[in-house]
Design a protein around this ligand. Structure first.
Ligand SMILES: [Zn+2]
Length: 344
């Protein structure tokens, strides 16, 4: 018999411990499959520029003759070797990572259910079999595109016309392919975790799922935070706290909502809510609103978007303590978050 834990603690468990643990597994796999390759291509990008200046005088100078041929050859070599065997190393890193992620997610699901329900979690969870065939195809396509695109740029006639930009462009196409492999790894780990969570919901007779977002999630993900759907169904697509990003025609969605999204659905059963206490979905949406009010976000998200989200939130008269409300209104007037946007 487990003890139920309160909604805030439960949310912390998911956000701080569980999501972070999965993120570590994902990071490890990304590192194993791509770190050296990224470094090699970044080194090549760096040395291409300095070699160009050395050979031709300046970055904007035209390249000619045998030094140009040599530079093209070395860029092609760097691009080929960065992508060579990428499919195999991605799949090998992923097989290990997904296995660990599914086992971890099973343990996380049980801990979550016990915390939420106060009862022992189901022992048997029918976790769907893992297949990496889509991932393999995605990385294969990324490699093929990367090689084709970089080859198309790394040609004498093209580099004579584009100069150093042609060389760098060619190398960057190879780099993009590495980026695609990285996203494939991240998505695959997270999708398998999500599937495991859904199986956990089934095993524990939880007929609903609730969306959990990170504290520094984007304004779109924060809109979904705390929303409930019937198990396996989609959430209404195109939602956002930022009115400029709302898309009424969007199709239904499930997490991950975008690359690097670490949102996850967790099982939910309304019977788990306790009389007189804040329920988990309420705690989640409350926290998301605080996140919007506070401007918590990654640096990659624009300030303008966070400010529009804040305006939208305040127009709905959220249930905030007076001090929070005052600060949020002041930030809105000033068009920036006085205490910065980073999550402490
Ligand atoms: Zn997200």
């Amino acid at each position: 018999m487990a003890d139920p834990i309160n909604s805030e603690e439960l949310l912390k468990l998911v956000q701080e411990k569980q999501i972070t643990a999965i993120q570590r597994i994902e990071d490890r796999a990304v590192k194993a499959a791509t770190e050296k390759r990224f470094k090699a291509i970044d080194d090549a990008i760096g040395s291409a520029t300095s070699n160009w200046v050395k050979a031709f005088g300046s970055m904007s100078a035209e390249g000619t003759g045998s030094p140009l041929i040599e530079m093209i050859r070395s860029a092609l070599g760097a691009s080929n070797s960065a992508l060579k065997g990428l499919e195999a190393s991605t799949i090998s890193a992923l097989s290990e990572a997904v296995g660990v992620a599914v086992t971890t997610a099973q343990a996380q699901g049980s801990a979550f259910v016990e915390g939420a329900s106060g009862k022992a979690a189901a022992r048997r969870v029918d976790v769907p079999a893992v297949s990496l065939s889509e991932e393999r195809a995605a990385v294969k396509a990324a490699v093929a595109d990367g090689l084709k695109e970089s080859k198309a740029l790394l040609k004498k006639s093209v580099v004579e016309r584009l100069g150093l930009r042609g060389i760098l462009g060619g190398l960057r196409r190879a780099r993009n392919a590495l980026g695609r492999a990285k996203s494939t790894i991240a998505n695959s780990v997270n999708e398998n975790v999500t599937k495991t969570m859904r199986a956990t919901a089934t095993a524990n007779k939880a007929d609903f799922e609730v969306w959990v977002a990170e504290r520094d999630a984007c304004v779109n993900c924060l809109k979904y935070a705390g929303q409930i759907v019937k198990k396996g169904e989609d959430w209404t697509g195109g939602q956002s706290w930022d009115p400029n990003q709302v898309d009424k025609k969007a199709k239904g969605v499930r997490p991950p909502l975008h690359p690097h999204c670490r949102c996850r659905p967790v099982p939910w059963n309304p019977a788990w809510a306790r009389e007189g206490e804040v329920s988990l979905p309420e705690a989640i949406s409350r926290e998301a609103e605080r996140s919007v009010a506070r401007g918590f976000s990654l640096a990659s998200e624009s300030n303008a978007s966070r400010v529009r989200a804040l305006k939208e939130l305040l127009s709905g008269s959220p249930n905030f303590p007076k001090t929070v409300l005052e600060r949020a209104r002041r930030d809105l007037r000033n068009g920036e978050f006085a205490r910065g946007r980073a999550v402490p």
